[in-house]
Write a protein that binds this ligand. Structure first.
Ligand code: PXP
Length: 237
């Protein structure tokens, strides 16, 4: 049964809109766990636009399920991750002007840098996942970089419709199979919603789905516990 990682960045987005203390992502993490989250995911961006260092520190102390820290392979953030030691780190590309993470990490084109980052995190006992497009060159490079897992970027699938969506789903299934075959744990995420997650969840081999915006959007109306519970039912196969 795939795990559900709940990304709570956007609770912090609302807080940072007023630079105040509420809503607190630490509360959100507690409620998400009561709703059945198997993993809490936060992205400590270099620009600190939503999640703050204090959030990651408190989450590391209080989250009782897996804590997954999304992060750029940047020296400052690697240093923080090595101090805080989340259960897992997911390396993602980061551009300052993007609304959200746009493409997968180019592991094949930056192998020495990514290999060093993976080693620095694994040395502290952190499980390392690399967020990549479902392309064989990137998946194979992730293995070469020493990663434990890959998170396949589901954005292209999420943004497609009709036969195009089926094609993207096929790419995810192939990527998932290849990654599993070469010994990587396989996660998936980005752009998944209550409306499009089910076909992805039915692909055999995904160990974890990381979903944020759609869950937090629904949580505004029904509460975090219920929003997580509903997504958990869709991810369970
Ligand atoms: N996985 C990764 C690597 C991400 O960067 C994000 C966005 O922070 C997500 C999953 C969650 O994406 P969404 O908010 O679209 O569900």
């Amino acid at each position: 049964m795939p795990k559900l990682g709940v990304n709570i960045d956007h609770v912090a987005t609302v807080r940072q809109a007023r630079l105040t203390v509420e809503p607190d992502p630490v509360w959100a993490a507690a409620l998400a766990q009561l709703g059945g989250a198997d993993c809490i995911t936060v992205h400590l961006r270099e620009d600190r636009r939503h999640i703050q260092d204090r959030d990651v520190r408190l989450l590391a102390e209080t989250v009782t399920v897996k804590l997954n820290l999304e992060m750029a392979a940047a020296d400052e953030i690697i240093r923080i991750a090595r101090e805080i030691v989340p259960t897992q780190a997911t390396l993602v590309p980061e551009k300052r002007l993007e609304l959200t993470t746009e493409g997968g990490l180019d592991v094949a084109g930056n192998l020495p840098k990514i290999t060093d980052a993976v080693a620095a995190l694994r040395e502290k006992g952190i499980i390392v996942s690399l967020f990549v497009d479902a392309e064989s060159a990137q998946i194979e490079a992730s293995r070469a970089a020493g990663a434990d897992a890959v998170e396949l970027h589901t954005g292209r699938y999420a943004n497609a419709a009709g036969t195009e969506a089926d094609k993207r789903l096929g790419e995810l299934a192939e990527g998932c199979e290849l990654a599993g075959k070469i010994g990587l744990v396989v996660h998936a995420g980005h752009g998944l919603t209550y409306g499009n997650v089910r076909p992805a969840a039915l692909i055999e081999g995904f160990d974890e789905f990381n979903i944020g915006h759609s869950i937090i959007s629904r949580a505004i109306f029904v509460g975090i516990e219920q929003a997580v519970r509903e997504m958990k039912r869709l991810v369970d196969v």
